[in-house]
Design a binder for this molecule. Structure first.
Ligand code: CA
Length: 234
């Protein structure tokens, strides 16, 4: 689920530019240009983070923050004018998580957002997605049958149904060498009538999607016998 970010900033150019960059980074974004509306939106919840300008019409940013903190601990990054040291101190005193000085480099803002979100999710049990309990592992590779999902170092790998089944059987039998016939029976069914080299073909597909992409030797060939995935696969 994408993180939602609220931008409370009355300078249209900055707000628009920041919005576009954040959307480009995969965040969901809402924005508003005055303190009072911003406070209402922030209080209504559903945001992972708020970017809050200090000089705002309606209610200034420090006041928005002070009121928001009565009911919410949503992470807040203050947008402050250059040299406004007192604003930064006041913002942090009132519970801002970080601040950035305008004009800012977008890369710096993105880095601060990631940091604040990460920091916040660590102290919060409900944010990180729980791992499925049927997770099979080999090094950095994980496979979940219930989620029908294969990942390497957290990054999803797209597999066809057969490729998935074949990898699943190999991982379920980790450190056990499986013969081609055995794999054929388990994955294609014992009444399979096609070519027996179909196992080798699918092992090649898996290697091209995993081993070759990530530079590992996940699936080992045991000459004259079959295939195996071992724990010490590196
Ligand atoms: Ca402003």
């Amino acid at each position: 689920m994408a993180n939602r970010i609220l931008i409370i900033e009355d300078e249209e150019k900055i707000a628009r530019f920041t919005e576009l960059e954040l959307i480009h980074e995969g965040y969901e974004v809402e924005k508003c240009a005055d303190g009072r509306t911003g406070l209402e939106m922030a209080e209504s919840g559903g945001f992972s983070l708020v970017l809050l300008d200090i000089m705002l019409p309606g209610l200034n940013g420090l006041e928005v923050l002070r009121r928001l903190r009565k009911s919410s601990d949503v992470p807040v990054i203050m947008l402050t004018a250059r040299d406004a040291v007192m604003d930064k101190v006041a913002g942090l005193d009132q519970g801002a998580d970080d601040y950035i000085t305008k004009p800012f480099a977008i890369e710096e803002l993105l880095a601060r957002i990631r940091l604040v979100l990460r920091r916040n999710s660590q102290g919060n049990d409900e944010v990180p997605r729980s791992e499925p309990d049927d997770l099979l592992r080999c090094g950095e590779l994980t496979l979940s049958e219930s989620h029908h999902e294969v990942r390497y170092a957290g990054k999803e790998i797209e597999l066809t149904g057969r490729e998935f089944d074949l990898l699943n059987i190999l991982l379920l039998n980790k450190n056990i060498v499986l013969s081609r016939d055995s794999l054929l029976g388990k994955v294609w069914g014992y009444d399979y009538m096609g070519e027996t080299n179909v196992v080798d073909v699918y092992i090649r597909y898996l290697r091209s999607k995993i081993d070759e992409v990530y530079g590992i030797r996940l699936i080992q060939t045991v000459r004259g016998v079959g295939y195996v995935i071992r724990d010490d696969n590196e």
